[in-house]
Design a binder for this molecule. Sequence first.
Ligand code: PGA
Length: 241
Amino acid sequence: MQIIEVADPAEAAAFAADLIEEHAPRVLGAATGATPEPLYRLLVARQRLAPTTTVCLLDEYIGLPVGHRQRYRHVIEAQLVNPLGLTVVAPDVDAIDPTAACRRYEDALVELGGIDLQILGIGRNGHIGFNEPGTSFDTVTHVVELAATTRADNARCFDGLSGVPTHAITQGIANIRRAKRIVLIAFGRRKANAVSAMLGGPVSTASPASALRDHRDLVVIADREALTQRNIIQSHSFGTA
Ligand code: PGA
């Protein structure tokens, strides 16, 4: 694991964009949320990702109407896929049988040869994707009921808490662990507990992100606030000059 301490989201975006462009993933796993937005803006501005790149969604709400601005497919298309002319693959959250849709998404991921590089945020409760605390590390794509903290955190994107869906489809922790390279980004003091549990706490389902600790190629990019409670490890400072 490599830990990169950055000054701010702009520096994180620059570092992550360099990594991604160097890696030139054929299949890019994309998280949604506030955290990766500066990165996506930079990737679009630089126009260096090959148009043959396929972007796979990490997760998606169930129950939002087609065209809803918070459908993650729509968000990723608008922020990354359409401006760069890429291809997107997403779980079919409108399927009558969401469990069958999860199986089809698994098949699609296998057919693509797996995720080459997965971009991740981290939830305040340590979730990755919508894999909430308690999720087995063996899970593949599945339907989840969202944790109260997750719904509360995401209410800002809806007209209040009651508008936030209760369920979603997410790639499982096993899918994320299988990605050849993982870039996890975290900003702010509100993520500090989750980051410290991930980096230095017990490897346990209480901290879904701790499942990544032994990954062969994990880069954690975080600001000082998100790293404040880190009680371990040599940090590697990305220059601010
Ligand atoms: P955020 O969400 O980027 O909006 O903070 C991260 C997450 O919940 O995984």
